[in-house]
Design a protein. Structure first.
Length: 388
């Protein structure tokens, strides 16, 4: 499976950014942009049926309601925010309208050099985002630092990973610090890795973490399903040079367990193959526990899936947030406003036929009531290790 360059969930945007109160778009412009957005969701969005089952929302059926909301918007700012709120009915942390200049600039910096998109230098797009006023710190400045300590001296270690990105900008520096902490601790009874509240980042982070914890080679599988009849998705998969197979070639045992819409809505799939190479000369020998909650999402969810499917760690907590192991969300431009939309681009199906966005990752040891406090999680681990 190809590494995704960067997946950042809207859930981890901690800055407050607003738009200037411009009013250049006509009602007809706004409605045309909404129509474009609606059609792209209809053709390419992977989780319409999942949203119906999980949240009892038939997004496509709400078209007239959404149009009424758009007609009543009073400014370009109001229009952008209303579009974004409409997309929130899809209940996807990977689907949104980019309404923040700092956020747009980040995507431009990351994706621009890859050549996947042709709109980053578009005058209309840049005029729109240059009219937005930033009121907060860059998102990267809101990243928290990792923490490491012993929960039980000489017996149980602890690593807290708040996001799958480094607060200081260097994943390798984080790994060196973790390696330093783990030195002479490889014979501890247990190690607790806490990713509660971690809404994602890059897979590079957790694969490097696994590499310094283990000396084993892990082969991971699964399937990314796309609706390639959508022009946006088709252009995206071509730009990424994704090796697609016809949906009818999906193994029958996977189709049997996967969501019922797999063969009717999706056109193609790519078989995911990810090798995680353990390189540690002093691998951790004790038991590993992964602490999760329902905020765990995207790149952090990928780590949860890995731990579950590879029996790498015992997962403690509640069901996670989902949407792991997928491609980056696709970006596309709305023609009149120049606003950029970010949309989930694929449905990930595990090797066992489970749609991760729908079923999430179920913990091995459940914590009742999704406590915001860390203590119940730690107490459960200590209980399991007979250290309480």
């Amino acid at each position: 499976m190809r590494f995704r360059v960067l997946i950042i969930s809207i859930l981890i945007i901690l800055t407050t950014v607003g738009c200037s109160s411009t009013n250049n778009l006509s009602k007809e412009d706004k409605l045309a942009d909404f129509e474009q957005l609606y059609n792209e969701i209809k053709k390419g969005y992977p989780f319409l049926e999942v949203n119906k089952r999980q949240n009892k929302i038939d997004w496509l059926a709400n078209k007239e309601t959404y149009q009424d909301l758009i007609e009543k918007t009073s400014s370009d700012q109001d229009f952008a925010e209303k579009l974004n709120s409409i997309l929130q009915d899809l209940n996807s942390g990977h689907t949104e309208v980019i309404t923040e200049k700092a956020y747009f600039d980040m995507f431009k910096e990351v994706y621009g050099p890859l050549g996947w998109y042709d709109f980053f230098d578009d005058e209309n797009v840049n005029n729109m985002y240059n009219s937005f006023k930033d009121k907060g710190k860059p998102m990267s400045e809101s990243f928290k630092d990792i923490e490491m300590k012993d929960l039980v001296k000489d017996k149980i270690g602890y690593i807290y990973i708040p996001q799958m990105n480094s607060a200081n900008g260097s994943i390798d520096d984080d790994m060196k610090r973790i390696e330093s902490y783990l030195r002479n601790r490889q014979n501890y009874k247990a190690l607790v890795i806490n990713i509660r509240g971690n809404t994602g980042g890059t897979d590079e982070y957790w694969t490097k973490l696994v590499s310094i914890l283990s000396d084993k080679k892990f082969e991971c599988g699964g399937y990314n399903l796309v609706r390639n009849n959508s022009d946006v998705i088709n252009k995206y998969t071509k730009a990424r040079k994704v090796k697609l197979n016809d949906i009818n070639e999906l193994p029958k045992n996977i189709i049997k367990k996967a969501p019922k819409e797999v063969t009717s809505m999706f056109t193609h799939f790519e078989e995911n193959k990810l090798t995680v190479e353990g390189k540690s000369k002093t691998p951790f020998k004790g038991k590993i526990y992964l602490l999760v909650d329902d905020f765990v999402y995207s790149g952090a969810e990928s780590f949860s899936i890995f731990c579950k499917e590879q029996n790498f760690a015992t997962i403690v907590g509640t069901k996670t947030g989902g949407d792991g192991y997928v491609y980056d969300p696709v970006l596309f431009k709305l023609n009149n406003s120049g606003l950029i939309v970010r949309m989930s681009s694929a449905m990930y199906i595990t090797d066992s036929g489970i749609c991760n966005e729908e079923e999430k990752t179920t913990p091995d040891v459940k914590i009742e009531n999704n406590s915001k406090r860390l203590e119940p999680y730690i107490d459960k681990v200590l209980e399991l290790e007979n250290e309480k």
